[in-house]
Design a binder for this molecule. Structure first.
Ligand code: ATP
Ligand code: LTN
Length: 335
């Protein structure tokens, strides 16, 4: 264990584009907490990515701070990792510009997320939306990251990041580490409570489909009570029972037990009791996180200090890579 520590660099980010769901928590942030004591971690709030779809400026600013508080409330420790806001480190935009020149328009047009978001925001298919993966590549490559913990939906962006890094290295000489996606199997996909064949998503239009980390106990209980299951009353995980399986996954994730252990707990019980227990478990787990987030948000000075220090640390590492890049491509540096 000791050997791995400090050696490998890990990078990840979430956009401050809406309230996070328990899917984001189980699939992403909770893992960050575990990984921060094993690796050198950079965790960012990707506000520059967020503006690729329209955002209300005041709301974006508020959500950025709320997300910082939420990371910390979930256990991300600013003493153990570098926590910062993407737009506070100008090197991201600077590197993205250079990387644009080794990326092809055709590649960007083929990205699944670009196609999905273009369809969803047909009135605003802006250059930033298309350039999203290049900015993400810049995020990761600036820190010479070995590993990028993300959910399965981000795999294609990681592939293009690797392609861009390899292409730049071939053209200009060894500059970037080629990163790898780090996708954990457990909890990689929490599904919608209303349509358990699809992923739970923070931008789902049906509020009953997702449990938000900010939901109060009554709301959580109501959403689980209405969760789609099936007509036979057995509480077992199987492919034919996606709704029940998802609830068992959620329960096991929050209780810290295995799915077979969860099945045992509910042997002989009905769906009513089961849903009640899942709701109680989630609400009990979220209550201290919510309280801590609220406490942190009341201390704006502390949060500002954490983010300032994070941006300074991140800038230091990012600048080193950026100087190397500028030298390699032939930018005049005055020496
Ligand atoms: P949107 O609905 O706007 O597409 P999202 O809920 O999919 O957002 P992202 O901001 O794209 O969330 O993702 C943040 C992180 O959370 C990513 O690493 C992503 O893979 C992970 N994640 C998102 N939803 C789930 C889910 N249902 N189960 C597991 N992990 C998830
Ligand atoms: N695209 C990611 C957020 C993101 C990210 C990153 C993730 C921006 N930059 C760098 C990993 C590494 C998302 O929407 N989940």
């Amino acid at each position: 264990m000791e050997e791995i520590r400090e050696e490998k660099v890990l990078y990840s980010a979430v956009q401050p584009s809406g309230s996070l769901t328990i899917g984001n928590y189980i699939g992403a942030i909770r893992n960050w907490v575990e990984l921060q004591s094993r690796f050198t971690c950079f965790y960012a709030i990707a506000d520059m990515h967020a503006i690729t779809v329209r955002q209300e400026p005041a709301l974006l600013r508020r959500r950025t701070l709320e997300l910082a508080a939420l990371y910390i409330a979930c256990g991300v420790d600013p003493e153990k990792c570098t926590l910062y806001v993407q737009s506070n480190v100008p090197a991201h935009a600077e590197l993205a510009w250079v990387l644009n020149t080794v990326t092809y328009v055709g590649e960007m047009e083929r990205m699944t997320q670009f196609k999905d978001k273009s369809a969803k925001h047909a009135e605003n298919v802006n250059m930033g939306l298309m350039d999203y993966p290049v900015l993400m590549a810049a995020d990761i490559l600036l820190y010479q990251a070995h590993l990028v913990p993300v959910g399965i939906d981000q795999r294609q962006h990681l592939e293009i990041t690797r392609d861009i890094a390899i292409r730049f290295n071939n053209r200009y000489g060894e500059t970037f580490r080629v990163p790898e996606a780090y996708i954990l199997k457990e909890g990689a996909k929490i599904t919608s409570l209303q349509d358990p064949l699809h992923k739970m998503s923070k931008s789902d239009e049906n509020p009953n489909a997702s449990v938000y980390l900010s939901d109060d106990k009554d709301t959580i209980m109501r959403k689980f009570k209405r969760a789609v299951t099936d007509s036979d009353n057995r509480i077992v995980a199987s492919e034919e029972k996606p709704g029940v399986t998802n609830l068992l996954n959620i329960y096991a994730s929050f209780k810290g037990c295995s799915v077979p252990e969860a099945e045992k707990t509910f042997e002989g019980k009905g769906y009513g009791d089961f849903k009640l227990a899942v709701g109680e478990t989630v609400a009990d787990a979220l209550a201290p996180i919510q309280a801590e987030q609220k406490r942190l948000l009341a201390d704006k000075g502390y949060l500002a200090g954490v983010l300032k220090k994070g941006a300074e640390t991140a800038s230091y590492t990012a600048r080193k890579t950026l100087s190397k890049v500028f030298r390699k491509v032939g930018f005049y540096r005055g020496d």
